[in-house]
Design a protein around this ligand. Structure first.
Ligand SMILES: NC(=O)c1ccc[n+]([C@@H]2O[C@H](COP(=O)([O-])OP(=O)(O)OC[C@H]3O[C@@H](n4cnc5c(N)ncnc54)[C@H](OP(=O)(O)O)[C@@H]3O)[C@@H](O)[C@H]2O)c1
Length: 253
């Protein structure tokens, strides 16, 4: 694949390094002062974008108008998704976006749907979410924690909203309808997410622990291969659904 990297930061660099290791070609790297156009992207098959929340909607619209399929890993721009979707549709290009490109997290969410749908029949267990990230992270809860929380809320009637809480001892009565999220910032942790089911006699913990940024880069590269030649806006779930379904069917389709 001939790849354009858009956003030469930590994730852009990780994707570029892995792409070269896997014998892809990084044909251009575009930063905030570079134009996005058919000319600057002429050699690329696909663009991989990891920029900033405030930049992503314009960058993704420009990539679509330049006629290039794209992978977007930037978090925090989902309010602008309808506008970006319209531009992608008009342009007839493909876009796959996810706040977490780790295949492991996507699998974790598939399993979480099953667990969360059982909660309505397991009144004795409460559920909560805990996430840990490095101290340079600016947003809390993480985009992934929000995604996991929304996954739970969609499957159970016992929780109708989530709230970030400072942690144990923050005071105030607990509203049983609230899914509590705690966020911890320490050291260099690339991303750990835990779903805790706590009952009177035991505790079940589902835990995903990223070891490095590599898993995000690997998922983004898989997504880059997958999105080429598709039209419309997709998420990592669409890609994984297709991958696991075609495996169920014996690898065809
Ligand atoms: N989906 C996932 O799996 C995943 C994983 C990790 C992180 N993320 C998200 O990915 C995003 C980037 O993370 P990061 O750690 O790589 O951040 P970062 O190190 O700050 O990199 C962002 C890069 O984007 C550049 N940039 C800003 N505006 C731009 C524009 N208009 N056009 C092109 N480049 C532009 C920045 O340039 P300057 O240095 O000039 O500002 C910087 O090089 C964040 O939203 C983060 O939450 C997602």
């Amino acid at each position: 694949m001939k790849i354009a990297i858009v956003g030469p930061g930590r994730m852009g660099s990780e994707v570029a390094a892995l792409a070269r290791e896997e014998s892809h070609e990084v044909v251009t790297t575009l930063g905030r002062d570079d134009a996005i156009s058919r000319d600057t992207l002429a050699e690329a098959d696909v663009a991989v974008e990891f920029t900033l929340p405030e930049a992503a909607p314009d960058v993704l619209s420009a990539l679509a108008r330049a006629g290039i399929d794209a992978v977007s890993g930037t978090t925090g721009w989902s309010d602008h998704l309808p506008d970006v979707r319209r531009v992608v549709k008009e342009a007839g290009t493909g876009l796959i976006h996810a706040p977490n490109f780790s295949i492991g997290v996507a699998v974790f969410r598939r399993w979480l749907r099953t667990v969360a749908s059982d909660l309505d029949g397991l009144e004795e267990y409460d559920v909560a979410l805990h996430e840990v990230h490095h101290t340079r992270k600016v947003d809390a809860p993480s985009g992934t924690a929000r995604l996991l929380a929304e996954t739970i809320l969609a499957e159970t009637r016992r929780k109708d909203r989530w709230a970030l809480t400072p942690g144990d001892g923050d005071g105030g009565p607990l509203d049983a309808g609230v899914l509590r999220i705690t966020a911890e910032r320490v050291g260099w942790v690339p991303g750990t997410h835990e779903i805790v089911l706590d009952g009177p006699d035991d505790q079940i913990v589902l835990r995903h622990e990223a070891r490095s940024r590599r898993g995000f880069a690997r998922g983004a590269l898989s997504a880059a291969e997958w999105i080429r030649g598709r039209r419309g806006v997709f998420t990592l779930d669409d890609m994984l659904d297709e991958r696991l379904t075609s495996r169920d069917q014996g690898g065809e389709g």
